[in-house]
Design a protein around this ligand. Structure first.
Ligand code: SAM
Length: 222
């Protein structure tokens, strides 16, 4: 796997600091607005049933957890995020959803039920994680057999417009290509891996990269 160590550092403390600051400055809502059009399509790929358990890794303001809590009224929806301010914000936005739970911490450390989730989702979070193989193995261990993981990313090799983001944001990011993501999923034990580029029509975006490259979605099953 190719890891770009020339980028700025990405210790968890730095990631937490940046996203706490974003949450305080209202940028979580901006991320939701930016990500929702393709995140909706990635979420739909999970085909969440009404009694299923859902987990969002790096949930930000918790929008996908709210979608899941509503789509699975007899199930449960969890969101985890490294940044406490994001979790505080997500919690306050889901007060009326009794089946939504938010937890502060890293996917590598938070206590989660083994084989506990039917559907795991992540949007724009996995390239911040240093120990990518460890994180994917962890996801595999908390998905039930037959469950699925949908991971959506805008920062990847085949989207050159994204390559300046580590410098722009001030955090190192793991730059992997489509085939490398597929291989990483396979190494973690996922099967029936499918990939798709979720692009937008020009009528819906002014960003050229969203039209040409789009969001890379990788879906794997345990
Ligand atoms: C670019 S934001 C995306 C947030 C949200 N998914 C969205 O689409 O708006 C990435 C989020 O992932 C979180 N994150 C990064 N590394 C993480 C880790 N190891 N475990 C849990 N969350 C993490 C960050 O704190 C941040 O809130």
């Amino acid at each position: 796997m190719e890891t770009d160590h020339n980028d700025p550092a990405r210790p968890p403390t730095r990631v937490r600091e940046v996203f706490d600051d974003w949450a305080r400055r209202g940028r979580a809502e901006g991320m939701e607005a930016d990500h929702a059009p393709t995140a909706r399509r990635a979420f739909a790929r999970l085909g969440l049933g009404p009694a299923e358990w859902f987990l969002d890794i790096g949930c930000g303001n918790g929008y996908a957890v709210r979608w899941a809590a509503e789509a699975a009224p007899e199930g449960r929806a969890f969101g985890i995020d490294l940044a406490p301010e994001m979790i505080a914000h997500a919690t306050s936005r889901a007060e009326d959803l009794a089946n939504a739970t938010f937890i502060t911490g890293s996917i590598l450390e938070v206590a989660l039920p083994e084989r506990g989730f039917d559907a795991v989702f992540s949007m724009e979070a996995f390239y911040y994680i240093d120990d990518l193989d460890g994180a994917l193995r962890r996801v595999h261990s908390v998905v039930r057999p037959g469950g699925r993981f949908a991971c959506a990313l805008n920062y990847y090799t085949e989207n050159p417009a994204s390559h300046t983001w580590p410098t722009d944001v001030g955090i190192g990011m793991n730059l992997l290509g489509e085939a490398e993501w597929r291989d990483a999923f396979a190494r973690a034990g996922f099967r029936d891996i499918e990939q798709e580029r979720l692009t937008l029509p020009a009528s819906e975006t002014g960003d050229r990269w969203r039209i040409d490259a789009g969001t890379l979605l990788t879906v794997g099953m345990r």
